[in-house]
Design a protein. Structure first.
Length: 321
């Protein structure tokens, strides 16, 4: 079957070297099998999305020499359809209204689970309200919607990690599918948009492997097919820390401003993915050499002088190129 991959940047910050590597891998994986590549801009988070960063994402991808099939999809253009699916889960008894604030969720447990941004919901509002209207009337707050997460192991298959058993109920509890302002939450939006676009392969960093748990649970509840998941080792900074969008010194814009040749950057990134040294090259030029089994299974740690070396036409990790 012809694969369909997607590039799904979120315009909440500048794209960096780690994004470039993951996007290239997703692009090569699909193009090497005559597949399609779709572009989706995940712009639902109105509090963080900036309009100028939408164009910046497109400019970065074009600078890398990447293309995609069809017009880019703005996730926000499907906000109403996404909300309708959340309401459908509520109507089927697979979700419920919740009026808890983030602070109340944190205060209800002894310690965050996983990270400061991810805590397990203790089920405070589960079964408490008969409808969103009653939740609104009784609490005086606008309710969010939470998915009634099955208390069961969810087994998923990853093309790198193999069979993985996840337990979203244990790890997250009943996770939100909409926020209190009505915005559809990440897990539900991703699942619905992938199904809408016909995505069959999702390649992303292995820090998102745990996201397969809630996403697979939603796919099962909605009767949606699961894509092939491929979670690749992360790119880290010189201290071994995961790159963040605030790492502006390693952004593609910083590389461009430093005079880095994009074909030299592609050359180096291809080598880090296990491909042979093909010299300065476009993404298209490396398609025939791509194989997932060549990809190193350890994180890629960047050097302190990465940008300077690339700008001088050198290959980081080796003597002068």
């Amino acid at each position: 079957m012809q694969p369909t991959a997607r590039l799904a940047p979120s315009p909440t910050g500048l794209l960096h070297v780690g994004h470039a590597r993951s996007f290239l891998l997703a692009w090569w994986s699909a193009r090497s099998r005559d597949g399609r590549v779709l572009l989706r801009l995940e712009d639902l988070d109105a509090t963080r999305v900036r309009e100028d960063l939408v164009e910046a994402c497109l400019e970065d991808l074009r600078w890398l020499g990447m293309d995609w099939d069809g017009e880019p999809l703005l996730q926000s253009s499907r906000a109403q359809e996404l909300r309708s699916s959340a309401e459908e889960l509520l109507a089927k008894g697979l979700a419920y209204p919740c009026v808890c604030t983030r602070a109340e969720v944190r205060d209800a447990i002894t310690a965050p689970h996983g990270s400061e941004d991810q805590v397990r919901y203790p089920g405070t509002c589960r079964g408490l309200f008969s409808s969103t209207e009653r939740a609104r009337e009784e609490s005086g707050r606008e309710p969010a919607l939470r998915f009634l997460t099955p208390d069961a192991v969810v087994s998923v298959h990853d093309l790198i990690s193999g069979e993985v058993d996840l337990h979203p109920h244990r790890d997250l509890g009943d996770f939100p599918i909409t926020s209190r302002d009505g915005q559809v939450a990440y897990h539900l939006a991703v699942v619905l948009d992938d199904a809408h676009q016909g995505v069959t392969e999702v390649l992303r960093g292995d820090d998102l492997l745990a996201s397969c748990g809630p996403q697979a649970a939603l796919q099962d509840a909605l009767g949606l097919a699961r894509p092939d998941w491929v979670h690749v080792p992360l790119v880290t900074d010189a201290n071994g820390q995961r790159l963040a969008k605030r790492t502006d010194g390693l952004s593609l814009l910083a590389l461009r401003d430093a005079g880095v040749d994009p074909e030299h950057l592609i050359r180096w990134l291809a080598i880090t993915c296990g491909l042979p040294d093909l010299g300065p090259i476009t993404p298209q030029g490396a398609v025939s050499a791509y194989r997932l089994d060549l990809l190193p299974r350890t994180p890629l740690m960047l050097e302190h002088d990465l940008v300077d070396r690339l700008a001088r036409g050198e290959l980081p990790g080796s003597p002068v190129a």
